[in-house]
Design a protein around this ligand. Structure first.
Ligand code: EPU
Length: 417
């Protein structure tokens, strides 16, 4: 298993470019299943999760190629409507093929994703929505087997705002007979990006980006060309890195509108930023100020930035209270940050971070994607050497992380193992 070795303590300076968003690319790739033919998707990041989605499609009989940042998918020959256990256990987002397979082929067999490092993460709301649309759902030997002659439009209310749940139902509804209304739908930019890809396929969707989405089903969708939005979480991670190292970093290609709540907190922490052409320049202080955060569905503070922000707060002046409201087990990074000298305690969903003057390098273990990112953020500030184990978590979601860090002057290297 690869490791990342970071010698921290130096301000990072320079310029990097943000990649396409993982969480936008995955549903847009899944959407290609809805039409027969060749679709082209630009700005698809080179990540392990994208590879897994590609394997899922080829396992179904589709052709998938990904060169540079362009993915070309041909779905003419799909003959197997299954997402097997081996692939779903690698990546929960595999469940995104459920809606498209069922809508186009009338059946789907998907391994039920189990719990994961950040929480139980059930898919009951995806299944509830499909059932309301007339699908028959059976559970058999760890698999969801969904069948429907043709899905029908329905009125669907989500008790909890769910990103991939909203995406799955939006894709299924695009080919259903009649109108589907999704209430308390997720408003994330990735949902809007998927809606615009679906519109390029001929889907009729209104209200994406708001909490009520209306989809008028059509009989057929066509292949499409789409460019994925920039990764707001990667941009936020690099802004945090600039902040924690007292650096001066310009991040090109990001959309600041997608980071509003995060930017309010970054500013309150004393980190300066200014919009520059096609990006943002971030200048970090010697030590940030303590700021409280509470995660919430978009447009609230993103849960996917909570761990990185906690790393920043670990060296702040003062005490910060961090509340996680989306996932019940998303504090796995706390114990690892403490190995580096952070002073953090937590009870239930609330962490108290008492800022310390210094962090010190240590051996630390990545437990999930964003926890890994928080350890990289902390290691770049820490004195001496940090070894980050189980690097594969980071490779799931950050394209060329160490190359980008090196470009900013970081002392970082990967050890193959
Ligand atoms: N939930 C249910 N039932 C469902 C679906 C969700 O109870 O059927 C609950 C979840 O357990 C959670 C809450 O609803 O407590 C929100 O979960 P959501 O469904 O929105 O999460 P997701 O769609 O599985 C996506 C991202 C995550 C990101 C979350 C929240 C993708 C592929 N994944 O997951 O990204 O944290 O939304 O914003 O879009 C990451 O990139 O590191 C990552 C984990």
């Amino acid at each position: 298993m690869d490791k990342l070795i970071i010698n921290g303590g130096r301000p990072l300076k320079g310029e990097i470019e943000v990649s396409g968003a993982k969480n936008a690319a995955l549903p847009v790739i899944a959407a290609s299943i809805l039409a027969s033919g060749e679709s082209t998707i630009n700005k698809v990041p080179g990540l392990r999760d994208v590879k897994t989605m590609g394997r899922l499609l080829t396992n179904m009989g589709a052709e998938f190629s990904h060169k540079g940042s362009k993915a070309i998918i041909n779905t003419d020959k799909i003959n197997n409507c299954e997402a097997p256990y081996e692939l779903v256990k690698e990546m929960r987002a595999s469940v995104l093929v459920l809606g498209p397979l069922l809508a186009r082929f009338g059946r789907a067999k998907i391994s039920l994703p189990g719990g994961c490092a950040i929480g139980a993460r059930p898919i009951n709301l995806h299944l509830m929505g499909l059932e309301k649309m007339g699908a028959k759902i059976e559970l058999e030997a760890g698999y969801v087997i969904a069948t429907a002659k043709r899905l029908k439009g329905a009125s669907i209310y989500f008790d909890t705002s769910t990103v991939t749940g909203t995406e799955n139902i939006m894709m299924a509804a695009a080919l259903a007979k009649g109108v589907t209304v999704l209430e308390n739908a997720a408003r994330e930019p990735e949902v809007i990006d998927l809606a615009s890809a679906l519109r390029a396929m001929g889907a009729k969707i209104k209200g994406d980006g708001e909490s009520v989405i209306e989809v008028e089903g059509v009989d057929e969708l066509k292949p499409f060309t789409h460019t994925v939005i920039p990764d707001r979480i990667e941009a936020g991670t690099f802004m945090t890195i600039a902040g924690i190292t007292g650096g001066d970093v310009t991040i090109r290609g990001c959309m600041l509108d997608h980071l509003h709540a995060f930017l309010i907190k970054l500013k309150a922490a004393g980190i300066k930023f200014e919009e520059v052409s096609n990006g943002v320049r971030v200048i970090g202080p010697m030590r940030p100020k303590a700021v409280d955060i509470k995660t919430a569905p978009y447009p609230g503070f993103p849960t996917d930035m909570q761990a990185q922000f906690m790393a920043l707060m670990s060296i702040a002046q003062g005490t910060s209270i961090i509340t996680e409201t989306i996932f019940e087990n998303r504090f796995m990074h706390v114990a690892e940050l403490m190995r580096m000298g952070a002073d953090i305690s937590f009870k239930g969903s609330t962490a108290t971070v008492r800022g310390v003057k210094k962090l010190k390098g240590a051996h630390v273990m990545a437990t999930d994607l964003r926890a890994s990112a928080s350890l990289v953020v902390a290691a770049l500030r820490a004195e001496a050497e940090t070894t980050l184990h189980r690097l594969y978590h980071l490779d799931r979601g950050y394209e060329k992380m160490e190359e980008k860090l090196k470009r900013l002057g970081a002392n970082v290297r990967r050890e193959k193992g």
